[in-house]
Design a protein around this ligand. Structure first.
Ligand code: SF4
Length: 286
């Protein structure tokens, strides 16, 4: 018997063959109440290695999303669009030259169910039974602020934007799939401009920070820090190794072109993520 070997191979089987392809932008799905966490995401600070179990959770989330969209498509009298007819790709919103971006699950329209013809943004999430009940009791905003910020910023990205012309989205059909019981929770989230601007400001501050933002808590066992990918830097004094040019404390984002530029040498780096470090580069923790 080689059961241990089998278990090892099984753990490897779900991992992507290529590294997960770190994004060259800050994703709108990553809003966090801790500004330092957002800073690390903006600068691409290496995270804790991902266990294979987590990849399986990600995959399960994608499968649930597909299942739910297929279900929606079988409902009569509602139009579900998974891809942007203008581009043939997933719907995308972006800000600050593309430094901040997000992709939403679908767009829908139904005069029959919604009483008007305006299109709505659609977002699907999954939750365990305990969290699902919180959605039912308290709604999205109070249950998961990260998701709430995400859909507010998505809707914000469709306002007054020439790419969206007359299709600005001011409501979101938010669906939560219960992973224990397969029940669905449905909520309509209204666009709130001031709230969306607040969340966007957090993302922008993280991109432009020239000092490490304050910690959310000094207590490593505080639940927000306990589940944070960057806790070793905050609570175990792990130093931030420079791997990417955007991590250098002298680098700033060009909010129009989407590039990065060096405030010391005036060099501009084209959407550069990896390598290209110069001897003048300095870690923010130096
Ligand atoms: S460990 Fe805590 S303080 Fe540090 S980045 Fe994460 S949430 Fe913020």
């Amino acid at each position: 018997m080689r059961l241990d070997l089998f278990k090892e191979q099984l753990a490897e089987a779900g991992k992507p063959l290529e590294p997960t392809g770190e994004r060259s932008y800050l994703g709108l799905s990553g809003w966090h109440e801790c500004q330092r966490n957002l800073y690390h995401k903006a600068k691409g600070t290496p995270r804790k290695p991902i266990e294979s179990r987590i990849y399986r959770i990600f995959k399960q989330g994608h499968d649930i999303e597909d299942q739910t969209v297929n279900l929606l498509k079988q409902v009569p009298n509602i139009l579900i669009e998974e891809v942007d007819p203008e581009t043939g790709r997933q719907f995308e919103v972006q800000f600050f030259g593309g430094h901040i971006k997000g992709h939403f699950d679908f767009r829908c329209r139904s005069e029959y169910y919604f009483g008007e013809t305006t299109r709505k943004l659609g977002e699907i999430k999954s939750a365990n039974d305990k969290n699902f009940k919180l959605y039912q009791k308290k709604g999205v905003q109070q249950t998961n602020e990260t998701y709430y910020a995400q859909v507010q910023c998505y809707m914000h990205g469709t306002q007054n934007n020439e790419n969206w012309k007359d299709h600005a989205l001011t409501q979101c059909l938010f669906i939560v799939f219960n992973k224990n019981t397969a029940e669905l929770y449905i909520e309509i989230v209204d666009y709130k401009k001031a709230e969306a601007e607040h969340y966007l400001e957090c993302f922008k501050n993280a991109l432009q920070a020239q000092q490490l933002p304050e910690k959310y808590s000094d207590n490593p066992t505080f639940f927000i820090c306990r589940f944070c990918d960057f806790s070793e830097y905050c609570h175990k004094d792990k130093s931030i190794e420079l791997e990417k040019i955007k991590q250098c404390k002298h680098i700033q984002p060009n909010m129009t072109s989407g590039n990065w530029f060096c405030t010391k040498t005036d060099c501009e780096f084209y959407k550069q993520q990896v390598g290209g470090l110069t001897e003048k580069c300095q870690s923010i923790s130096q």
